[in-house]
Write a protein that binds this ligand. Structure first.
Ligand SMILES: Cc1cc2nc3c(=O)[nH]c(=O)nc-3n(C[C@H](O)[C@H](O)[C@H](O)COP(=O)(O)OP(=O)(O)OC[C@H]3O[C@@H](n4cnc5c(N)ncnc54)[C@H](O)[C@@H]3O)c2cc1C
Length: 450
């Protein structure tokens, strides 16, 4: 499911289904989930191990926040539905909106893609700003309590097992505390401990698809001329294992990220960083790094070994009272910018499941439906990763054929702005990947050039 195929948010459809829900993790997935839970529960408590200052700062629990983050249209539209005025708040705090079809300078298959025939607004900001605006909106809701500096310790198993009946937490400097709840949401990210907990409590671990891409990010911050709002994007493309991007962000800056896959590590030394940029097939990033003043010479690094999809929907038995969302279910190669948007769509799934019936069987229904939100994003991410022969893991059927088709689509989109638009609607998770295989699109891609 993508934005076009999942019904939109409608709070009037949700009646009260329980007294208390607990969300573990106050990042993008946890905050989005808490918003929809506040329609169906009297109280929602969000437990977060980090302090949550009001400023937009990168937190220890979200180390990827120092690197470029793109909010796809599916995520933007969903967050705007959940928090009307979210985008306006983001812009007031310094975020930018640019045109995705002309301000994004996108290099693929040996040339830049053509400008598109219409406008496609896309919001840019740092990851901490996206999160801060969301957190502020969540904090304003009466039903929700945020508990920073509060570590999740374990789930409480209710007497009428197999039901999770809450969590044990420890707030900094205090004793352990029990929070009973009708529903617990694990939004603790990629390092979620739920699979191990399930195994230790008589359940199976969810089967895991792991696709190794071994990507690493190194990111610097430079001053951006006020009139230049371009986003540069040069993804790796075999046999070239390296690429880079410049994202316009608040405070008149660019985040410049260099990435490498399959062990091609982007450096953290300033001169080596510039040399890495100079080795890319376009001069854009090298030029930015040479001509713009650097805000700091600190370069952040983040290694990301593999895409991981934990298939909770395949489990025969899951405990009542516990669901898992966001990166804790599936974390994707970040190059395609999908994680925050998939998390937002998953909160919509949760909303619709809360609206349809009572709490019973909610986890099973939720896991079954999130599968169809994750699948198109997974196909985009790992499909592209399998362009590299070094990529290992379960390869979706038809990947080689689709990759050959996409390669041809990109080459055509270097002169056909409409093809670029169609591709971007899929990239932005507005339209499903199948839309690129509609006969009229296939004709555009395959017809010979005259
Ligand atoms: C380098 C990089 C770049 C990325 N770029 C993009 C992008 O461009 N666009 C995009 O949409 N996505 C991107 N992503 C993915 C995106 O960051 C995540 O998908 C997004 O943050 C949602 O994750 P989450 O909320 O599920 O988990 P996380 O962001 O990992 O948050 C988990 C939260 O749980 C808390 N927590 C963990 N354990 C405990 C505990 N025991 N007790 C209490 N709290 C706990 C953590 O402190 C944290 O706040 C990128 C990821 C990486 C690595």
């Amino acid at each position: 499911m993508t934005l076009a195929t999942i019904p939109r948010y409608d709070p009037d459809r949700v009646a009260t289904v329980g007294d208390h829900a607990v969300v573990v993790g106050a990042s993008m997935a946890g905050l989005s989930a808490a918003r929809v839970l506040a329609d169906g529960f009297e109280r929602v408590t969000i437990v977060e191990q980090d302090p949550l200052p009001d400023e937009p700062v990168a937190r220890n629990g979200v180390p990827q926040a120092r690197h470029v983050h793109l909010l796809l249209e599916a995520g933007r539209a969903t967050l705007e539905d959940l928090f009307p005025g979210y985008c306006e708040d983001l812009l007031s705090a310094g975020g930018l909106v640019i045109d995705g079809l002309s301000d994004i300078i996108h290099y693929e298959e040996g040339d830049y893609l053509a400008d598109g025939p219409c406008r496609m607004p896309i919001h840019f900001a740092t990851r901490p700003l996206f999160e801060q605006i969301l957190r502020r909106r969540v904090a304003r809701l009466d039903a929700i309590t945020l508990r920073p500096d509060c570590q999740f310790v374990k789930y409480i198993v209710a007497e009428e097992a197999p039901t999770v009946g809450g969590v044990v937490v420890r707030e900094k400097g205090t004793e352990q505390e029990r929070l009973t709840a009708d529903l617990v949401v694990d939004a603790t990210g990629r390092t979620s401990r739920t699979p191990t907990w399930l195994e230790n409590h008589g359940y199976s671990r969810p089967p895991v698809d792991e696709v190794r891409i071994d990507v690493a990010y190194s990111t610097a911050t430079v001053e951006r001329p006020a009139t230049d709002r371009r986003n540069i994007f040069v993804p790796p493309s075999p046999p070239r294992t390296r690429g880079g991007a410049a994202f316009p962000i608040e405070d008149g800056r660019w985040l410049v990220t260099l990435f490498g896959v399959h062990g091609d590590r982007p450096p953290t030394d300033v001169n080596e960083f510039k040399s890495f940029a100079a080795s890319l097939p376009t001069p854009d990033l090298e030029h930015i790094l040479e001509s713009c003043p650097w805000v700091t010479e600190d370069i952040s690094h983040y290694p990301f070994p593999s895409n991981i999809w934990r298939h909770y929907e395949e489990l025969d038995r899951v405990p009542e009272g516990l669901i898992v969302t966001g990166d804790a279910i599936c974390s994707f190669n970040p190059l395609y910018g999908q994680g925050m948007s998939v998390a937002a769509l998953e909160s919509l799934v949760l909303h619709h499941e809360l609206a349809s019936t009572a709490l019973e069987t909610l986890p099973k229904r939720f896991f079954d439906r999130t599968d169809s939100v994750i699948a198109p994003a997974w196909m985009t991410a790992v499909g592209s990763d399998f362009e590299f022969p070094q990529t290992t893991g379960p390869k979706p059927r038809g990947t080689a054929l689709i990759n050959r088709y996409m390669s041809r689509l990109f080459r055509k989109a270097q002169s056909d702005g409409q093809l670029r638009e169609l591709f971007y609607r899929v990239l932005m998770m507005e339209e499903p990947p199948e839309s690129l295989f509609h006969p009229t699109v296939v004709w555009r891609v395959l017809k010979p050039r005259f």
